[in-house]
Design a protein around this ligand. Structure first.
Ligand code: ADP
Ligand code: MG
Ligand code: ZN
Length: 613
């Protein structure tokens, strides 16, 4: 089963820039489009010639001179219209006007729309700004909670009010060890005397580490629910994002507040955003460095028994500055790992409680199908299953809804209208049977659960699913090799039957190569290198593979050995398939006809229980 990590929920709020940009656009719009429209309608520019003609014709009522232009009014259809024209040096003009009895003065008449135009140019933008300001305030208040810390008009951290959206340890399934560690802290906060009497000091900082989606944030909320103390929560990314240029000050103020409220808990989520190693080669970010330094200072500053406990969470512990992790700061590490079989069952049960289910859900089966899935993925699977039930017009969720949801999440939804030619379908069928048959003929590899040749939205043209009977924590070299054989089985079948190679094996090839590389560089399963580590670092939680630590010369040998290992597995797969050619044909025909078959059907045909189907 692939383990797709998915915790990239976007939490960037609409920024101030967005609002300012909008306001600017509106102002420009008023000044360039609306205003000219209105004023050109109101004050018409004419030529001096027209002006003189109007004067001669006696149409002009009033004339005003300024340094740069002549403004005048005419009465048309009983309405006063405003005109202007340029200045021509004409000393006779006043005299002419005098003769015609036209009123003139040396100033510009007050435009009747002056107020209106003032309003349009300045008033509306001001109103818009005021409105936007209120929106921003509202947003921030919403985001941080009304009772947060108020610092220069902005709130630093929200205080969880445990009664709204209250989480307790019951909401966090599995993770017993983590709960136990945290229980001690909750106990300390509720009952500090007990600890003081013995002279025990409570840890100042607790760092929750683990892969994305394993419930670290959830766990922190549950601590808030369990402990009866104020709980300040802020995410590291909020620091970087909201308080540009003021990170260090915010840290200081956050701790000031926390100290006043002690005993209390401060939770810094995603601490890696501010707690990255300093002076690393790649990033020199002064602001973050200052924020981090301030955090370190603050953590040293308060007494351990004052009752302020700092929780933080990250899925990138390897990038954290070592100074954060030394005793007296985040000296307690609580691991929140991917759930094991029992944990997955428990998590599924927690989330199944929230939806309507048929009584006899096989939770154990779904849990076995989802080896390597995180809590968030399991929650997602349950929700996906509920959505599917709705689509199907059912009013409760069944085991098959859940199984289908697992597949959707692993392989993408079924692509019902994908068109494959008969020949292509045959190739895909043989490819999948190739995987399944190799797996079935090996001793001790996971039984085949399902084979399908219905294309998926992920681009897969089919897949073969194996489900382990039990949780497996240790893989032997033989297991790894057998896995390689299974991965090679698809391509091997294509080659045996059709004598062609297709692009359909690309994902298999990728996975086989990665596995073989890990066998050599990480697991010490290599003939040539034995227990020599050839790869270090990397994030164990985010699936980053780290850097090679060997010389280019050795790297070449590593590549060669990887090639050999895969070639051997390919040969193994070919041998198995060639030796079972008849069964392979029979199974492929059956799969072509049915498109999706279960592991049982597969085994029945393989063991010859069905003579004629
Ligand atoms: P993290 O912070 O470790 O990335 P979250 O705490 O945000 O993960 O978890 C995301 C969601 O996954 C939670 O809201 C919850 O629905 C689900 N989840 C994760 N772990 C568990 C668990 N142990 N028990 C129940 N639900 C869980
Ligand atoms: Mg989180
Ligand atoms: Zn394949």
């Amino acid at each position: 089963m692939q383990n797709t990590s998915s915790d990239n929920r976007n939490r960037i709020p609409r920024t101030l820039m967005y609002y300012y940009g909008l306001a600017l656009l509106i102002i420009l719009f008023f000044n360039w489009v609306i205003m000219p429209m209105i004023s050109s309608h109101q004050v018409q520019t004419t030529t001096y010639f027209d002006f003189m003609n109007s004067v001669e014709a006696g149409e002009v009522k009033q004339v005003y001179f300024s340094d740069t232009e002549i403004s005048y009014t005419k009465e048309i259809d009983g309405q006063t219209r405003y005109f202007k024209t340029g200045i021509v040096d004409n000393p006779q003009l006043p005299q002419i006007l005098q003769e015609k009895g036209i009123n003139y003065a040396a100033e510009i008449p007050e435009k009747p729309n002056l107020l209106l135009s003032l309003f349009l140019t300045y008033g509306i933008p001001i109103i818009i700004f005021a409105f936007i300001g209120r929106q921003i305030n509202k947003n921030i208040t919403k985001k941080i909670g009304a009772s947060g810390l108020n610092i220069h008009g902005q709130k630093v951290a929200k205080i969880y009010k445990p009664d709204e959206d209250k989480k307790t340890f019951d909401d966090v399934a599995g993770q017993e060890e983590a709960k136990e560690s945290l229980q001690e802290i909750i106990d300390y906060l509720n009952n500090p005397k007990k600890y003081e009497e013995i002279g025990a000091q409570c840890p100042k900082g607790v760092l929750l580490v683990g892969p994305p989606g394993t419930g670290k944030t959830l766990m922190a909320k549950a601590v808030a629910g369990e402990a009866d103390v104020p709980f300040f929560s802020i995410s590291g990314s909020e620091f970087v994002e909201m308080f540009v240029g003021r990170g260090a000050a915010k840290v200081r103020e956050l701790f000031d507040q926390a100290n006043k409220q002690a005993p209390c808990i401060v939770f810094i989520d995603e601490i890696d955003t501010i707690g990255k190693k300093r002076n690393s080669q790649f990033s020199t970010n002064d602001e973050r460095e200052q924020t981090l330094n301030q955090l370190l200072t603050e953590m040293d500053g308060f007494e351990g028994n004052k009752g302020v406990i700092i929780l933080s969470a990250t899925n990138r512990p390897e990038v954290l500055d070592p100074a954060l992790l030394r005793p007296g700061r985040f000296d307690r590490l609580v691991r929140v790992e991917l759930p094991d079989l029992k944990g997955r069952e428990a998590i599924l049960n927690v989330h199944l409680k929230k939806i309507k289910v048929k009584e006899d859900i096989d939770v154990n089966f779904i849990a076995r199908m989802t080896a390597g899935a995180s809590g968030a993925q399991l929650a997602n699977i349950v929700n996906e299953a509920a959505l599917r039930a709705v689509r199907m017009g059912e009013n409760h969720v069944t085991t098959s809804d859940l199984a289908e949801a697992v597949e959707t999440i692993i392989a993408g939804a079924e692509k019902k209208n994908a068109i494959l030619s008969e020949e292509e379908k045959r190739i895909v069928a043989y490819h999948e049977i190739g995987h399944a048959l190799v797996a079935a003929k090996q001793s001790g590899s996971a039984p085949v659960q399902k084979i399908t040749i219905v294309p998926r939205t992920s681009g897969a043209l089919g897949f073969t699913m194996q489900v382990e009977e039990d949780e497996k924590n240790l893989y032997s070299k033989k297991d790894a090799y057998q896995k390689l054989e299974v991965l090679c089985g698809g391509r091997a079948a294509e080659e045996i039957v059709f004598d062609i190679v297709t692009t359909g094996a690309s994902n298999d090839i990728e996975r086989a190569t990665e596995l073989a590389r890990n066998m050599v560089t990480r697991y010490g399963m290599s003939e040539n290198f034995g227990m020599m580590a050839l790869q270090t670092g990397g994030n164990t939680y985010l699936g980053d593979s780290g850097q090679s630590t060997c010389s280019p010369e050795t790297a070449r040998l590593v590549d060669e050995e990887i090639k050999e290992i895969i070639a051997e597995a390919y040969k193994g797969a070919t041998d198995i398939l060639s030796g079972n050619r008849e069964k392979m044909d029979e199974l492929a025909d059956y799969l072509l006809e049915k498109e999706t078959i279960t592991g049982e059907e597969f085994m029945e045909i393989l063991e010859g229980k069905v003579a004629n189907h």
